[in-house]
Design a protein around this ligand. Sequence first.
Ligand SMILES: NC(=O)c1ccc[n+]([C@@H]2O[C@H](COP(=O)([O-])OP(=O)(O)OC[C@H]3O[C@@H](n4cnc5c(N)ncnc54)[C@H](OP(=O)(O)O)[C@@H]3O)[C@@H](O)[C@H]2O)c1
Length: 243
Amino acid sequence: MNGSGARDKAAVVTGSTKGIGRAVAEGLLEAGARVAISARNADEVAAAAKELERGYPGRVFARPCDVRREDQVAALFTETERAFGGLDILVNNAGIGLFRNLEEMSLEEWNSVIETNLTGVFLCSRAAIPRMRRKGGGYIFNISSLAGKNAFPSATAYNASKFGLNGMSEALMQEVRYDGIKVSYLMPGSVATHFGGNAPGPDDEWKIRPRDIARIVLDLLNQDPRTLPSAVEIRPSRPPRKG
Ligand SMILES: NC(=O)c1ccc[n+]([C@@H]2O[C@H](COP(=O)([O-])OP(=O)(O)OC[C@H]3O[C@@H](n4cnc5c(N)ncnc54)[C@H](OP(=O)(O)O)[C@@H]3O)[C@@H](O)[C@H]2O)c1
């Protein structure tokens, strides 16, 4: 994987113990970045850190963080900045899928989707921006979804969170572009991960691989400073035919 745009950069990837976040963290490390990994499950954070540290000694920082919690987000960014001496890249990846018709959804379930997929991005971006400004620029990647522009039944909360994330990404891009901070949002279709309680298996052959999303993040980091591909749609090239 190439990605000289990541070399020696300091990155935070949220939700990086598995799936897309883990692959993006690995891709950034492979390209020469230092990466802070995090998720809610402390044991999984410690296990992922141990594995990654073996391949990339001295370039991994790890801390459990629930992106819904302002205090935990503040601690993640303060400690990452202390460990790496700054922050250049934020990958807002942590996200959940909860698919249920609206009338059957509890307020708690609705809130968990919105708070993770939308408020978490707000909290992490707000913590990252002043730190990126201090470095003279940076790059924020928001892992959205094709569900950010295509609605479907049972996805009221998920659609609301990802449609919202797309709008938020475009507004933020316009707020920070003159500070040398780029914002891109990626909209993958089905990716073979644990998302929504899925277990990747043989039936997932047609799906996008997490490392393919990582490659796109690295490609974007390698773009010329004058150029910003602000939104990227990523589809499985041969999904099962419908009907
Ligand atoms: N898989 C797909 O088909 C697909 C398609 C389009 C977009 N996406 C998006 O891609 C992103 C990553 O999903 P994935 O498919 O890689 O799912 P995944 O395999 O389930 O991984 C999700 C990661 O996020 C973490 N996470 C969940 N809630 C969190 C919270 N409140 N705070 C911090 N970390 C949290 C999880 O760890 P803990 O549970 O320990 O916190 C885990 O590390 C999501 O934003 C999702 O919406 C996925």
